[in-house]
Unconditional design. Sequence first.
Lengths: 218, 250
Amino acid sequence: MTIFGREMILTRRLAGSWLFGLMFFALFATVCAIALGGQRAAMAPIAAPLLWLAMILSVLLAAGPAWQASMPNGFAEQLYLSGKSFAVFAATKAITMWLSIILPLIALSYPLAAMFGLESEAALGTTLSLFIGSPAILAYAMVAGAATLRLAQGGVVIILISLPLLVPTLIFGLSLAQSFEATGFGKDGLALLGISSLSVAAAIPAIAAILQVIMEDG
Amino acid sequence: MINWLSNPKRFERFAVPASKFCGWLALLLILPGLYFGLFASPEAEGFGHGVRILYVHAPSAWVAMAAYSAIAVMSFISFIWRHPLADRVAYNCAMPGAIFTALALATGSLWGSQSWMTWWVWDGRNTSFLVLLFIYLGYIAIWAAMDNKRLAARIAGIIAMVGAINLPIIKFSVDWWDDVLHQKATIMTIDGPGFAPSMMLPLMLMLFGFSFFLIWVVMRGVLRDIRKQRDATARNAITPAQATLTKMKS
């Protein structure tokens, strides 16, 4: 609970993480709409892909600062000395980052989808796909963010590492977003749920291992 | 075997002759492979002479995947047993692996321009290989970005293992994406006319030749790293007092 409280306060205070991510999300969507000419009928078919890209990029941008803030020099050692497991810390941090960074983005994605000309059912499908896919996005963003903790300019490396790993999430997420109106949750939703669970299951131990490594060699 | 080879001295004693052997063997396999591939094999039905690209294309793709598997296995070994040499092997696999991935993509594109009349299609195989190339580049980027090489080795290893878990999922998802979202064009496949032995021979020669070439390149890289490390240790071992003495003597 103490770690949870600390992380919650840290991420909430850090506008560079969640607020900038939110602003980037809205700005990216706006600029895309302007670039596409603003015709809602023309924009509707690519609304879901654009929102997915906006979501992935916002989370990747936010992941670096969020890690930098919560892991000052010596924090890994303190954590180790106080007998906390790195895996529990990683899971707690994932939950706080999901609550403070991703939840606002998901809340914003429904009105944005509507502004892009999606009907309410399709907009709901897009939002739902982002909701279910977001743990996977966060998982790889966090792995990459932890891996670049000791780098001064980690931002580009975060994107280089995590974007290829996010290909399956993107594919299944968009497939759910586009089929939701016709077939409901269905197989695509289950596939996306599976990808999300797998990514989290792979990422939490990897993050714990990276923190251990940083404590020993960093 | 792994523990025996993890000693740099023993590895060097093994790898100096072994790398020479692999290098010459690669040459001995690739040269006849080139001859049979370019001159002594038939044109394939529907492909014409373009089929000869296959003898470079398929082995490159195979070696690219083998190199990533080697990186993943070596990262695992390094993570569990902390053998620094396993890190060096993984590191030295990355660049050749990336180059062979790019070569497979480039030759595939050349071949496609002949037989599909287009340089690039976003089909499952092309796309997943492009993603593999980016995964290689990300792995190399971690090594390049970090000054602390011990930290870089271990973090790159963890990322390589996460990537290895992901590769089958990526492959599956991209194939699925290709099947469901794309109307399949009528693409000629190799399975059609069957595989003649005269084509199998150069293919196998090149396959093994490329594999031994990869082993040769990786072993030479590891040997170079061992020597570099030894020279660095030797330089640091000369204390300031000794350095002054050597200077006075000369």
